[in-house]
Write a protein that binds this ligand. Structure first.
Ligand code: SPD
Length: 279
């Protein structure tokens, strides 16, 4: 009997054939499932939405992380909100100059399940520079009086239901509050096709807070529509100015990201240009 996992998202339905269910549980926050798929290797779904897979996770995690870290000036303190599978902190901690990476994840259940069943994605859990805390990222950015960060990365779920707050202006303002002057925020900003309104609204909200806001694009085959966006935001310009010295060592270990991809990813299709011009 074939085993199928199905995601329903924004009027689309995507099914993955699985050979085995490795984990199925429910935390205080959500349903958590990890399964072995025929097409994408091991995959994680939260509340029936596909979050990551072994076969394509590198595209997403490298693109969320390296554009910000390689354009930041000597980043030492990095904050990651979300990212319970560990892929984002893995990429952050490949930067030797990073001294501290604080990760605020609300759901310990996701991290525990991923540690056990997706260790090939979260391969940096034992790095002594990682400060992993199970807490609410929204509270943290609103109330924390800790030292500010050079880079803040938002690796959240879709802005649907409880995830909506992760795309709220108040949350973005909190993230900015946690950045040093001229620090950089990078976030996953959804599919610009199926979540076009959210995508443009997000650009508008960030523009109200930051002097320079630049969306960038790339494929994530697992996600509905296949095309994904991330957004770089800062009060100083320089989204294309990679530190080539630091980049050389990082890019060697990347499977997707390189300096040509960096430049190309920020190119805006006409529908994006026109949408941004109308904001
Ligand atoms: N539609 C799925 C969007 C998921 C975005 N976050 C993925 C987390 C991977 N670390």
């Amino acid at each position: 009997m074939p085993l199928w996992y199905e995601e329903t998202f924004q009027g689309t339905r995507l099914s993955l054939e699985a050979t085995e269910t490795l984990y199925s549980g429910r935390s205080e926050f959500q349903k958590i499932e990890i399964f072995e798929t025929k097409a994408y290797g091991r995959a994680l779904a939260l509340d029936d939405v596909f979050m990551t897979s072994v076969k394509d996770e590198f595209m997403y995690h490298e693109m969320l992380t390296h554009p910000a870290l390689l354009t930041a000036k000597d980043p030492k303190r990095v904050l990651v909100i979300g990212g319970g599978d560990g892929g984002t902190v893995r990429e952050v901690l490949r930067h030797p100059g990073v001294e501290t990476c604080v990760m605020i994840e609300i759901d310990e259940g996701v991290v525990n399940a991923c540690k056990e069943h997706l260790p090939m994605i979260g391969s940096a859990w034992d790095d002594p520079r990682l400060d992993l805390r199970f807490a609410d990222g929204i509270d943290y950015v609103k109330n924390s009086d800790e030292e500010k960060y050079d880079v803040v990365l938002l690796d959240g779920t879709d802005p649907v239901g409880p995830g909506e707050i992760l795309f709220a202006q108040e949350f973005f303002a909190g993230c900015k509050r946690m950045l040093k002057e001229d620090g950089i925020l990078a976030m996953q900003s959804e599919t610009p096709i199926l979540m076009q309104q959210v995508f443009f609204e997000t650009q508008g909200k960030l523009r109200e807070l930051f002097g320079h806001v630049h969306p960038y694009f790339g494929p994530v085959p697992l996600y509905a529509s296949g095309i994904w966006s991330w957004t770089w935001a800062s009060d100083r310009d320089g989204h294309l100015d990679i530190d080539h010295g630091r980049a050389a060592t990082i890019i060697n270990g990347c499977r997707y990201y390189n300096d040509a991809i960096h430049q190309a990813a920020f190119a805006q299709p006409n529908y994006v240009r026109r949408g941004l011009a109308g904001l």
